[in-house]
Design a protein around this ligand. Structure first.
Ligand code: FES
Length: 106
């Protein structure tokens, strides 16, 4: 199985999020209470860069029109976005964060 490296876990303290590029695609990686999550980096409503939004607990708020998404699975808590963010399982190995390449949509 092929894995894509996102970033080092040490770059992402609890409560922080980063945008990472892998395989020509942007991902949002978050640390909530030392659990790591990975979502698509752009809002499904109008494409805002979610890294400029805010995260509080497991709720991610878009910076443009304030859609809220659940960090753990990308579901929409409230719009205007209708579509969920794709969410990826994050693996931690040797201090680095990875996702499965097969899980990434083209
Ligand atoms: S771009 Fe995110 S809510 Fe509009």
């Amino acid at each position: 199985m092929e894995y894509l490296r996102l970033c080092a876990a040490s770059e992402l303290p609890p409560g922080e999020m980063n945008q990472c590029d892998a395989k020509g695609k942007e991902f949002l990686v978050l640390n909530v209470d030392n659990r790591f999550y990975c979502l698509d980096a752009r809002c499904t409503h109008a494409g805002a860069p979610l890294v400029e939004g805010t995260v509080k607990g497991l709720v991610l708020t878009c910076p443009w029109h304030y859609s809220r998404f659940r960090v753990s699975d990308g579901t929409v808590i409230n719009g205007p976005a209708h579509d969920p963010l794709h969410s990826y399982n994050v693996m931690l190995k040797d201090g680095q964060l990875f996702i499965e390449a097969e899980a990434v949509q083209p």
